[in-house]
Design a protein around this ligand. Structure first.
Ligand code: IMP
Length: 420
């Protein structure tokens, strides 16, 4: 049986949710391993749009067990909202959703600290999603975090919460001059939610290994390679390892279990939040691409910055994630263009001004016809094929899937990813 890693090659929002959904037809498991509800995975099935933040995208398939690994940070309130949304769409989670008891829990104080810290940074803020992700990972590493397993014993939970929340409230009031948050309000809001979901909380490693004996598993990365805490555009990054290494630490399974690494690459590049973006388009074309591509953050509703495909990043991503093949998404968004550029290199990035030395591009002719909904490679316009070929040549990696629209069936599959 085969396991596939799906990883965003740039700054997230590459369209991973849809590719997970397509592949999960032939999988028994879908596992999230890092991040939290800062992610936003949009799926359109039979015209109905579902945005998932925390729950793996495989949940929309009856044949898939969805698992949240220990590397994910959990907001119980966000989980409850997402579960209610799924229930309203008659999507069952019974025996289909399991969450690692080792997941760290995002507390209301983490959210308040995230927002207060961003405010204090002023113009040099990171542009976080304000969901408490960073402070929760900080506490994990500082060994004062609260995990789901702590919720089994309320007396112990209270003791642990006193310790960590004392520290949070000290920072909130004395350092950031914000209001404190009461322990009782946190216990009151979070414990009933835990009670409702506790049947889904367990040690997930045996489950993953067992599923893998029967069928294929998808490991669903969140965010993208350039947001990786170690390898991304630091400090303008998220707080987890969004790359292959995050899969290993965030699930507890061995690297030998990853049979195929699929890089999800958008036909152009986008970024939400602040930070350097060498191939960014600062003109009307950038705004047009954002409009055609519906480039609005699924989590925060913020407009995404748009630019040309950045090969330097793609190649770094291929190396870091041991990518075997590329799933190219949103090709149809470029349908109207006369000319398409690919950024092939640049020198140093200035992390204060975000200016970049020596940007180099190659130019290709656009195809000026609709690729929407095309499912056969041979039906693509010749210039679109040339664009894909250029990406393959510049990355020395095959393009194995091409997404031509948001719906499940708007896809060209050139390889059976699981038959590796
Ligand atoms: P945080 O993850 O909320 O701490 O935000 C850190 C940076 O990561 C910010 O620039 C966010 O906009 C970005 N970010 C976090 N999650 C996502 C995502 O799912 N897609 C794209 N950017 C993200």
């Amino acid at each position: 049986m085969s396991n596939v890693l799906l990883v965003g090659t740039h700054w997230g929002d590459e369209g991973k949710g849809k590719i997970v959904d397509v592949l999960s037809e032939n999988a028994s498991g879908c596992v999230r391993f890092q991040g939290g509800h800062n992610a936003g995975h949009t799926l359109v099935i039979n015209g109905v749009k579902t945005i998932l933040h925390l729950i793996p995208s495989g949940i929309l398939r009856d044949n898939v067990t969805s698992i949240i690994g220990n590397g994910v940070v959990i907001s119980l309130e966000a989980l409850e909202t997402e579960l209610n949304d799924l229930a309203s769409k008659n999507i069952s989670i019974k025996n289909k959703l399991f969450i690692s008891e080792a997941c760290h829990v995002i507390l209301p104080t983490h959210v308040a600290l995230d927002i207060a810290h961003e405010k204090s940074l002023g113009k040099s803020s990171i542009g976080t999603t304000g969901r408490g992700i960073g402070p929760t990972y900080e506490d994990k590493v500082a060994r004062r975090g609260i995990r789901l397993i702590d919720f089994y014993n309320i007396d112990n939970l209270r003791k642990k919460l006193i310790k960590s929340m004392d520290y949070h409230n000290f920072l909130l009031t004395k350092y950031y001059k914000e209001s404190p948050i009461s322990l009782e309000s946190v216990l009151e809001s979070l414990t009933p939610i835990f009670e409702n979901i506790k049947d889904h909380v367990c040690d997930v490693i045996p489950l993953i290994l067992d599923l893998n004996k029967k069928s294929n598993i998808i490991f669903e990365g969140a965010q993208g390679t350039m947001l990786d805490i170690d390898h991304g555009t630091y400090p303008y990054v998220t707080s987890s390892n969004t790359t292959l290494s995050g899969l290993i630490s965030g699930t507890g399974i061995g690297v030998d279990k990853v049979n195929y690494s699929l890089g999800i690459t958008k036909a152009y590049t986008t970024r939400v939040g602040h930070g350097p973006f060498p191939s960014e388009l600062h003109d009307q074309l950038g705004l047009d691409i954002a409009k055609w591509g519906g480039e609005v953050g699924a989590t925060t509703g913020r407009a995404r910055r748009c630019g040309w495909l950045d090969m330097k990043i793609l190649n770094k991503s291929i190396e870091l994630n041991r990518i075997n093949g590329i799933a190219l998404t949103k090709l149809d968004v470029l349908d109207n263009l006369d000319l398409i550029k690919i950024c092939i290199g640049y020198g140093d990035i200035d992390y204060d001004t975000f200016e970049v030395d020596g940007l180099e591009y190659i130019e290709l002719k656009g195809w000026k016809s609709s690729t929407v909904g095309i499912t056969n490679y041979k039906d693509l316009p010749e210039n679109a094929k040339l664009y894909i070929k250029a990406i393959e040549e510049l990355s020395k990696t095959p393009v194995v899937m091409i997404s031509t629209g948001p719906a499940r069936n708007e896809i060209i599959c050139l390889k059976d990813i699981f038959a590796t």
